[in-house]
Write a protein that binds this ligand. Structure first.
Ligand code: C2E
Ligand code: CA
Ligand code: CA
Ligand code: CA
Length: 278
């Protein structure tokens, strides 16, 4: 390696080179995925505590590579956010989710679809037009769409955030605050945001029912959300004991492997017409 002052091998560090090669390959792969329709959406139900029915399903993206691998989103979404491909991926996700939801509606399924929106997408200037277009092209009523936005996207407590959220809600779209409790949202800021739902992060659910700290945190989140008039969903529900406790704490809906993993659109139709025992 070429010596380069005090830091030594700046230009020929093999680890850096491997990382750079990986990034170039990943970016090329993602462009190909978009061009060749290699992305797929899976849907995970949210079960209503009230009656065991499914009112909402969350769209979760995967990348089906030509060699048959199903790449999970955490292996490419953060990278797509960095390299600027998240807009294209996000648009694809939005359009596909609206299309699938419109199809379910035509078949008589009363479902709302929840789509994850990256902070980068939330800040992009064309967001509202893009959403209106996706709804219009698929013929999906806005009331059937919910957007999941993380705290980090919203907690820049500025006029733009409020204007965007207000415009989305005026259209009739639901807004859920995702991964609640993992960011550092100021509670006074939460009070002013026009939201419909808080999703309690999986990390708080995982220790239940035994973890007394998580128990206290979930109880506090539910009380806060109630007070502010938001609905409460809990994610990462894996055991019957967790579901029971969350029901007692008066969460409105539960999502997790106890009920179902994310499934392809075709399988969802059978799943969505069943009811879980209360
Ligand atoms: P998330 O929005 O918090 O989604 C929930 C994740 O938890 C999903 O992982 C889901 O499969 C997983 N999960 C659900 N139930 C359980 C459970 O009972 N136990 C455990 N251990 N995990 C459970 P997935 O599909 O791998 O997605 C990971 C993250 O990738 C998502 O977290 C979301 O932040 C992001 N993501 C997924 N799809 C999209 C998308 O279309 N757009 C954007 N921007 N991000 C997406
Ligand atoms: Ca989510
Ligand atoms: Ca989440
Ligand atoms: Ca999460």
């Amino acid at each position: 390696a070429k010596a380069n002052g005090r830091n030594g091998c700046r230009y020929y560090n093999p680890a850096l080179t491997a990382e750079a090669v990986h990034r170039v390959e990943l970016e090329a792969g993602l462009r190909r995925a978009l061009a060749h329709d290699e992305l797929v959406l899976m849907y995970q139900p949210q079960v209503e505590v009230r009656d065991g029915s499914i009112a909402t399903v969350e769209a979760l993206v995967r990348w089906q590579t030509p060699d048959g691998r199903l790449v999970p989103p955490l292996e490419f979404i953060p990278f797509a956010e960095e390299c600027g491909l998240i807009d294209a991926i996000g648009s694809w996700v939005l359009r596909r989710a609206c299309h699938d939801a419109a199809q379910w509606q035509r078949r008589g399924l009363d479902l709302r679809v929840a789509v994850n929106l990256s902070p980068v997408q939330f800040r992009a200037s064309g967001l509202l037009d893009r959403i209106r277009e996706a709804l219009a092209d698929s013929d999906l009523p806005a009331e059937r769409l919910e957007l999941e936005i993380t705290e980090s996207a919203l907690m820049a407590d500025d006029a733009d955030t409020h204007a965007t959220l207000a415009a989305l809600r005026t259209l009739g779209i639901g807004i859920a605050l995702d991964d609640f409790g993992t960011g550092y949202s100021s509670l006074s800021c939460l009070k002013r945001l026009p939201l419909d739902k808080l999703k309690i992060d999986r990390s708080f659910v995982s220790g239940l029912p035994d973890d007394v700290d998580n128990h206290a945190i979930v109880r506090a989140i539910v009380a806060l959300a109630r007070h502010l008039g938001f609905r409460i969903a809990a994610e990462g529900v894996e055991t019957a004991a967790q579901a029971e406790l969350l029901g007692e704490l008066e969460a409105d809906s539960l999502q997790g492997y106890l009920f179902s993993r994310a499934v392809p659109a075709a399988e969802l139709e059978a799943l969505a017409s069943r009811r879980w025992p209360p």
